[in-house]
Design a protein around this ligand. Structure first.
Ligand code: WQD
Length: 344
């Protein structure tokens, strides 16, 4: 019998890639998603990649009654990967209650639903919890800085909630994965990121700008204290990131004594915004037009992760570099342009 894993937000960007890796690893993912920031067509794309149409339910996790009724019929869930959350930093500053209500409401409802059941729980956290670290690469025991946005705050507080739950109830085993900057798309170019409106994140803006869907990229600030003056990030390929979730589940299956743990998920290498643009140009043969603009409020100057803990305990390591991140992001953009997923 394949182990059933509930994947909340499983039609989203990271969720869909993780569903593929779960299927590849012999699990039976059960997706719930309210489709607020994803498209139902992703299920057919996953079928084309894996040969399996994943089990899917359109449910809003904040609808506690409906979610609980659904879970009555799902007694054999062995694990949960909880992606479902709002994630736009700028929007969270404008509409904090929307973020607190959705991101905490859904988390608490899932946790309460498993109050009487044994469960392995993997949570999507973010390197945003570190703010600007004092020491680089930043490791998991670095201090948590005051969040710059309500979005960042939901990740910090969610980690606290999870720690409290793991401390007080024996049935949960919980891992928080602190993602660095997820980019790229599946090698098949059948799934990838589907940003709504103007992308706020760097790589989707680069690919949309190069494809002519947007104007020139603005590089936000070239006067930072970095070698080329632009910010530095630890970009992580979304397929490597997806595999980290499978590794986290296996870790919890094998290490029954683990109650709560946290891991950085990145490559451990920092690339500047200008280096990312160069990598895009080099791997795609495009010549991206960009201009320099003001610093963006709330941006961190430089961050990259110490990823040795994940290597040691999860036996997981990123295998795909910046070139493959850019190549796959570009292949996905071209696929979108050629198909009806474009306006999803
Ligand atoms: C990367 C760099 C920008 C767009 C955010 C969230 C984080 C995480 C991932 C998500 C920065 C620069 C960007 C552009 C630019 N969470 N940039 N021009 O800010 O590191 O992280 O997304 O769910 O919590 O904060 O990622 O891709 O927005 O920016 O110059 O048009 O690219 O200033 O230096 P960021 P990003």
């Amino acid at each position: 019998m394949k182990k059933k894993i509930l994947v909340t937000g499983g039609t989203g960007y990271i969720g869909s890639h993780t569903v593929v890796e779960l299927i590849n690893a012999g699990y039976h993912p059960v997706i719930i998603d309210n489709l607020s920031n994803s498209d139902i067509k992703v299920l057919e794309q996953i079928r084309q990649i894996t040969g399996v149409t994943p089990e899917f339910y359109e449910i809003d996790l904040c609808d506690k009654l409906r979610f609980n009724a659904f879970m009555e019929h799902q007694q054999d869930i062995a694990g949960v990967i909880h992606f479902a959350a709002f994630k736009a930093v700028g929007e969270s500053v404008e509409q904090p209650l929307k973020y607190y209500d959705n991101n905490f409401g859904s988390l608490i409802n899932v946790l309460q639903c498993f109050a009487q059941r044994q469960v392995a729980f993997v949570f999507s956290s973010s390197c945003t919890v570190y703010g600007q670290p004092d020491v680089l690469p930043v490791s998991e025991d670095a201090p948590i800085k005051k969040a710059e946005s309500p979005y960042g705050n939901t990740k910090q507080v969610a980690e606290e909630i999870l720690k409290d739950v793991a401390r007080t109830a024996d049935n949960y085993q919980i891992v928080s994965l602190r993602y660095f900057n997820p980019v790229g798309a599946h090698a098949s170019a059948l799934i990838g990121e589907l940003p709504r409106g103007v992308p706020q994140n760097l790589v989707p803006f680069i690919t949309q700008s190069a494809s002519g869907k947007r104007g020139p990229l603005t590089v936000f600030g070239r006067d930072y204290n970095t070698p080329d003056g632009s910010c530095i990030r630890d970009f992580i390929h979304v397929v490597d990131l997806a595999k980290a979730h499978v590794a986290a589940l296996k870790y919890l299956e094998e290490q029954k004594e683990v109650k709560y743990d946290v891991f950085n998920i990145g490559t451990g290498n920092g690339y500047s915004v200008l280096e990312a643009i160069n990598a895009f140009n080099k791997t795609t043969g495009e010549k991206l037009i960009f201009k320099t603009g003001e610093r963006r409020a709330g941006d961190i100057e430089k961050v990259w992760g110490d990823v040795s803990k994940a290597a040691r305990l999860l036996s997981w390591k990123a295998t795909l570099g910046i070139d493959e991140m850019m190549r796959s992001a570009w292949a996905w953009e071209k696929y979108l342009k050629a198909t009806e997923l474009q306006d999803a």
